[in-house]
Design a protein around this ligand. Structure first.
Ligand code: SAH
Ligand code: SF4
Length: 386
């Protein structure tokens, strides 16, 4: 399998489309037509860029692949709020993308958050994470990241809905694929491309310090979530085997720098694992660690995976939360909903026990109708509060 992602029109920033059009000797308005088609109509082939003369389409086809993400499987949670997609990239690589919908009070349309993958697999090896356990396959290109959002936008458009938020919380470590992640953010937020507000995007990282500092210097307003999982260095290294020896302290310092540079408080994600990091003593250590740092803590009762790491009882979760709340920390528990469809990162690809909707059934499958108010995993913790 190729390790180099394939370049498509969805890899090109608007300025680069301008240059491409100029290079083909075409009038500048052709760039606008291409961009409008790509980011408003969500075509599935170059033939659908109908405003363009056939000759121009042929020229484009000669230079750039046009390979939309192909949907292989779709699984919808019982309440219809979480839709998990298994998508095939043009070289056969399989990745996961999740759509999470929440009713918005006073709004006609729900909040529709797309959780994108940035890598096939992941090299970080977190012990409770299905993606971590499958190892690293390859980085995704910016175009492959964007095409996940385009695919969901196409599904939603059929219901008169649209993508409102994007979280980089699917398979892979976004900051270990830095350049393509940032390019994807720029494509998703450029008003001439997908046009989403920067504050509607959240990047989640396991704690790649150099990446956090680079991101802070980009002049972007995207949200940052850091997966901390433990206030204790030794325990964190057990859970995140690739973490450095001072990862906890390094992460808290980096979160402070991110806040200073961007004015945006960092969310700490904390996967609660029974018998590992869920005791009230550890909660008190977490309070001591984070006191004075502007932050939001998102407690995520872990979705059980093959690794044998289990979810604490509800009482235990509430007890942990209470320690944080009593200490005045800003904290929420993410209510898992997608677990029956293996909605945690990397699980669909590895879990054969799912009720998979076959391709013939796809046309009849609902695209996440909205009711209730619960969410799946990995869910957009930080974007919830924006
Ligand atoms: N690599 C990045 C982003 C992808 S993982 C990161 O680690 O932050 C997104 C989130 O899902 C992380 O907070 C991760 O800890 C969490 N996660 C992974 N496996 C999980 C599981 N089995 N149950 C609950 N959350 C999980
Ligand atoms: Fe990679 Fe994030 Fe999974 Fe850890 S939790 S293995 S960093 S995807």
């Amino acid at each position: 399998m190729s390790t180099e992602p394939i370049r498509t029109l969805y890899d090109l920033l608007p300025d680069e489309i301008d240059q491409l059009v100029a290079g083909l000797g075409l009038p500048a308005y052709r760039a606008k037509q291409i961009l409008q088609s790509l980011y408003r109509e969500y075509p599935t082939s170059l033939d659908e860029l109908r405003q363009l003369p056939l000759l121009v389409r042929d020229e484009l086809a000669a230079q750039y692949a046009f390979s939309p993400a192909e949907e292989v499987r779709r699984v919808v949670s019982e309440d219809g709020e979480t839709t998990k997609l298994l998508l095939r990239m043009s070289d056969g690589t399989l990745i996961e993308t999740v759509l999470m919908q929440y009713p918005e009070p006073g709004e006609r349309h729900p909040r529709s958050t797309v959780c994108v993958s940035t890598q096939a697999g992941c090299a970080m090896g977190c012990v409770f994470c299905a993606t971590g356990q499958m190892g690293f396959e390859r980085n995704l290109s910016a175009g492959e990241i964007v095409s996940q959002v385009i695919h969901v936008a196409r599904l939603l458009k059929a219901n008169g809905e649209h993508v409102t938020n994007v979280v980089f919380m699917g398979m892979g470590e976004p900051l270990a694929n830095y350049a393509e992640t940032i390019r994807a953010v720029r494509l998703l937020t450029d008003p001439r491309a997908f046009g989403l507000g920067q504050r509607h995007i959240t990047i989640s990282t396991v704690g790649v310090i150099r990446g956090i500092d680079r991101l802070a210097a980009e002049g972007l307003q995207v949200g940052l979530a850091i997966s901390l999982h433990s206030p204790d260095e030794a325990l964190r290294q057990q859970l995140v085997p690739t973490a450095g020896p001072h990862s906890v302290q390094d992460i808290v310092s980096a979160a402070r720098r991110y806040f200073t540079a961007t004015g945006r408080r960092v969310t700490f994600e904390y996967a609660l694992i029974a018998g590992e990091n869920d005791s009230p003593e550890i909660a008190r250590k977490l309070v001591a660690l984070l006191r004075g740092t502007p932050t939001h803590i998102n407690l995520i009762p872990v979705n059980p995976t093959a690794g044998g790491y289990g979810r604490p009882s509800r009482g235990r979760v509430l007890e942990f939360e209470k320690v944080l709340l009593d200490a005045g920390m800003n904290c929420t528990v993410r209510v898992e909903k997608g677990s029956e469809i293996s909605a945690a990162c990397g699980q669909l690809r590895t879990d054969e026990a799912n009720t998979i909707i076959s391709l013939e059934e796809l046309s009849r499958a609902p695209v996440a109708p909205v009711h209730g108010h619960r969410q799946g995993a990995p869910a957009p913790g930080p974007s919830q509060s924006q």
